[in-house]
Ligand binder design. Structure first.
Ligand code: SAH
Length: 244
């Protein structure tokens, strides 16, 4: 079923399809009157809508509310991934796959060993592109929340104050920081964030800085994971722990 996300806070009785939404559903997918689509509002409510009044001349169509759809697709905990910027297309991969795996927010920033030259204009363009990737990954994985992606020059420690916070640290000995215990602490929490280093890992100073800001270092096991795989491993563990 095709799904579109709208900016309304409640599901409307009728929704006018125009522009790229009209183009995709009617001109590309060739949906006709009477066919159903799903519309998701800002609160993540899903409605089943029936297409009507397709007007090829004015390139508009109506989607008429049919019924609500109850679906629980979101992870039971809101996850913010903080990722040091990495080379090439790896951050695109992190957003696409991280969205599929259930993350709700992504914050990228240049850490000490990030192999990129940061500029505001680059960050702005990349952020737009990554937010588009998040939308299409959310659609294809039937998420009801579109994750938000931010690229920042510095890590906004102040915005993360009251959340449980982890730092995935490659030098943390697995047996000394059981992830299980760390996750048990999350049982009554609604949010968590976890930071992941770049290919070169974290410097000791960075780790100290994170710890000063209340981050608990965790190990993701005895094997070193690539920078783009570590966040996915973490999300899989959360899904197993909370959903299965
Ligand atoms: N070059 C480093 C590895 C960096 S891996 C080295 O050889 O030691 C990139 C990032 O993924 C790390 O900074 C960390 O945040 C995360 N990561 C990868 N494997 C991990 C593990 N086993 N435990 C915790 N974090 C890990």
């Amino acid at each position: 079923m095709q799904r579109i996300f709208i900016k309304n806070i409640k599901l409307p009785l009728k929704f006018q399809l125009i522009g790229s939404e009209y183009h995709h559903l009617i001109e590309v997918l060739r949906l006709t009157s009477g066919k159903f689509i799903e519309i998701v509002d800002l609160n993540g409510e899903i409605g089943l809508y029936q297409l009507a009044k397709i007007n090829l001349a004015s390139k508009t169509a109506e989607a008429i509310f049919f019924q609500k759809k109850i679906q629980k697709n979101e992870l039971p905990i809101i996850v913010t991934l903080i990722c040091a910027l990495t080379k090439g297309k790896k951050i695109e991969e992190t957003v696409e796959k991280g969205t599929e795996f259930g993350a709700s927010n992504f914050i990228f920033y240049p850490s000490q060993y990030s192999p990129i030259k940061f500029s505001n204009s680059w960050a702005q363009k990349k952020e737009m592109r990554l937010n588009k990737i998040a939308i299409s990954a959310a659609k294809q994985s039937h998420r009801t929340v579109i994750p938000k992606v931010h690229i920042q020059a510095h890590l906004p420690f102040d915005k993360l104050e009251n959340k449980p916070k982890f730092l995935a640290y490659e030098k943390q000995v697995a047996s000394e920081s059981t992830l299980n215990l760390a996750l048990a602490k999350l049982k009554f929490q609604s949010e968590v964030c976890c930071a992941f280093g770049p290919e070169g890992g974290w410097t000791p100073l960075e780790v100290k800085d994170y710890q000063r800001h209340g981050f608990q270092t965790i190990s993701l096991g005895n094997r070193i994971l690539r920078a783009e795989n570590a966040p996915l491993f973490f999300l899989s563990v959360l899904s197993f722990y909370f959903e299965m």
